[in-house]
Design a protein around this ligand. Structure first.
Ligand code: ZN
Ligand code: ZN
Ligand code: ZN
Length: 361
């Protein structure tokens, strides 16, 4: 599987007469299966148009990489050597004009490599890798589905544990332990738990506010499974809702449903955004939907395709992204519904399957 991915990248590189240098990142994981941590010691995968992929790495990683990726040829540098000179010499041997680096590479590494190889042209390796990554294969879809199942049940279990008197932060901790208990590797981002007026802040992180009777509690959370991310938003009411809350929740849910119904291969991303925005705008809340409708998801929680105004990117079978319309009334409350959608031949299918209706304790 990984050699298929590297050879697809190699084909793109051949057209550019370029070599790609990929540092520890989701791009490296996608291409090699290696989940290494980026640090101050230069480690990278080198992929070229012809010839096998290889790794440059400090001696301490050699054994570990040999075990998990035995196919990869290794260029090992030792303490006392200048790794940038070693890499520059290797790249020079390959005789290509352009070096593409992934966008997660520490700029310290890039600057040192550029001064060791001043004659090269430079560019982004993440642009061609994104092109490969935005359409998911069946293994990736299975992992995304598993991540969605784990977060669905973790959020539901957490909602049953909401009580007046708990802080948002405590609820976020409960959620994190439910994720791990359900088989998740951890969170894909720190859970957002917004109660009462905090629900009006789309990216509000759980804080010290105590959850009270009459609060909507918006929970936006995701986990990681097999390296793949989930991301969903559900809302629970603690007792009676504040006046007007049911109305905005219904509008948001209708916007979600309309956007989902508009998903099919061949449609531009901006069209999905336009549909969601249209429902909210027609209801008079257009100025309170203050973010894009969605984002792609995979090994990273945010990526292509972005479901946003102006994006002419065309949906293809196998793309996965969020649909997450919201209405936010500052100082009062907010509502959002979010699921991860898979594009299939016949339309959009939600990987999240938990009830989207407003729940009440
Ligand atoms: Zn968000
Ligand atoms: Zn989210
Ligand atoms: Zn999201």
């Amino acid at each position: 599987m990984y050699s298929g991915r590297t050879s697809r990248l190699a084909k793109i590189l051949a057209g550019l007469n370029a070599v790609a240098v990929i540092s520890p990142s989701s791009d490296m994981f996608y291409l090699t299966g290696l989940r290494l941590m980026a640090d101050e010691r230069l480690t990278a995968c080198i992929i070229r148009p012809d010839g096998p992929a290889e790794m440059i790495l400090p001696a301490l990683y050699s054994e570990q990489v040999a075990r998990s990726a035995p196919r990869l040829r290794q260029l090992v540098w030792t303490d006392g050597e200048n790794p940038y000179t070693v890499l520059a010499a290797r790249l020079r041997e390959m005789g290509l004009d352009t070096v593409l680096v992934d966008e997660h590479m520490w700029c310290g590494h890039l600057l040192a490599l550029q001064s060791a190889l001043p004659e090269a042209e430079w560019g982004s390796a993440s642009i061609p890798v994104r092109q490969l990554r935005r359409v998911k294969d069946s293994m990736e879809i299975a992992e995304l589905r598993r991540a969605a199942e784990i977060i669905d049940s973790a959020v539901m279990r957490t909602i049953y544990e909401v009580r007046p008197g708990m802080t948002e932060r405590h609820l976020a901790e409960v959620l994190e332990s439910n994720i791990v208990a359900g088989g998740g590797e951890g969170v894909s981002f720190p859970p957002l738990v917004g109660s009462g007026p905090n629900s009006a802040l789309p990216h509000y992180q759980a804080g010290d506010r105590v959850i009270r009777e009459g609060d909507p509690v918006v929970i936006d959370a995701g986990c990681v499974a097999g390296g793949y991310c989930s991301d969903t938003t559900r809302t629970v009411l603690v007792g009676r809702e504040p006046e007007g809350y049911l109305d905005i929740y219904r509008i948001v849910l209708r916007a979600y449903q309309a956007a989902l119904a508009s998903v099919r291969p061949g449609v531009a991303c901006r069209e999905i955004d336009r549909v969601a925005r249209g429902v909210i705008g027609d209801s008079g809340y257009g100025q309170h939907f203050i973010h894009r409708t969605g984002h792609g998801i995979g090994l990273d929680v945010h990526g292509e395709p972005f479901i946003v105004e102006g994006n002419g990117q065309i949906l293809e079978v196998g793309m996965t992204f969020s649909i997450e319309p919201g209405i936010y009334l500052p100082g009062r409350f907010g509502a959002r519904v979010e699921d991860i959608i898979l594009v299939t031949e016949t339309g959009g299918v939600s990987l999240n399957t938990s009830a989207r209706e407003l729940m009440r304790l």
